[in-house]
Ligand binder design. Structure first.
Ligand SMILES: *[C@@H]1O[C@H](CO)[C@@H](O)[C@H](O)[C@H]1NC(C)=O
Ligand SMILES: *[C@@H]1O[C@H](CO)[C@@H](O)[C@H](O)[C@H]1NC(C)=O
Ligand SMILES: *[C@@H]1O[C@H](CO)[C@@H](O)[C@H](O)[C@H]1NC(C)=O
Length: 212
């Protein structure tokens, strides 16, 4: 090995090492970290959130995912855990969220109307919990929404008319709730299988039997 190539290798090493403090630094956005810590607190620091430690990078935390490019939280998936209480308000303080999953828990209370602040939300799965109250009409403001799963809860009231106008919606399931009234007409409302509406109190109209 001659001196020139050794010099080249050494200077390469120096370059790599001088960059490493940057690549090792935290990627997590401080606002996202704050919102996640509020969520953890709302669930009384349940051990499910044990990896959510303030001193560590939130992009490495369990059940969340950061975007590769801007390192914002894009996914939060809480599932199959005996969590109680309601859906924390702080969930709507993750503006880049594309996927929100809370399924098979003992979470009760309403579907927060403030979820409509999540302008990038595509996939909203809140099935198999104990959610009550009505489906907030504001969900119909999330124009990016492709999938909405609210089945197996205790939701009451009617289906918001605006759901029929959601431009990207492809999947919908509200079965096994206590919903009532006419299924709004348009969009995918009549295209999904009738099982998406089954086992409710008194939903009616296509694809279910006519309203009386
Ligand atoms: C919810 O609570 C009930 C009663 O304590 C329990 O049987 C059930 O397993 C819990 N659900 C989950 C997902 O842990
Ligand atoms: C679920 O959590 C509730 C409230 O913390 C508790 O009372 C219940 O015993 C738990 N159930 C199970 C199966 O762990
Ligand atoms: C909903 O979001 C708006 C705008 O961020 C905020 O002003 C309001 O307090 C929130 N409402 C609740 C009930 O959290």
């Amino acid at each position: 090995m001659n001196h020139l190539s050794l010099f080249t290798i050494l200077s390469l090493l120096v370059t790599i090492l001088s960059q490493s403090p940057h690549s090792l630094s935290e990627k997590c956005n401080p606002k996202d970290k704050q919102a996640l810590l509020s969520i953890k607190k709302a669930f009384k620091n349940d051990y499910y959130f044990a990896s959510w430690e303030p001193a560590t990078d939130c992009c490495d935390w369990y059940i969340v995912r950061c975007d590769y490019t801007n390192s914002r939280i894009i996914s939060l998936e809480i599932f199959e855990h005996n969590l109680s209480g309601s859906i924390p308000r702080a969930v709507s303080d993750l503006p880049f969220l594309e996927t929100l999953v809370i399924h098979t828990t003992n979470i009760s209370g309403p579907v927060p109307s403030n979820l409509s602040q999540l302008k990038n939300l595509k996939y909203l799965r809140l099935d198999q919990n104990s959610l009550s109250g009505s489906i907030p009409p504001s969900l119909a403001q999330i124009s990016s929404l492709t999938s909405l799963f609210l089945g197996h809860n205790k939701l009451t009231g009617a289906l918001p008319k605006g759901l029929a106008s959601l431009p990207a919606l492809r999947d919908l399931d509200v079965s096994y709730n206590r919903l009532c009234g006419r299924i709004p007409t348009g969009g995918i409302m009549q295209k999904v299988d009738s099982s998406s509406y089954s086992n409710n109190k008194c939903l009616c109209g296509s694809p279910l039997p006519n309203c009386k």
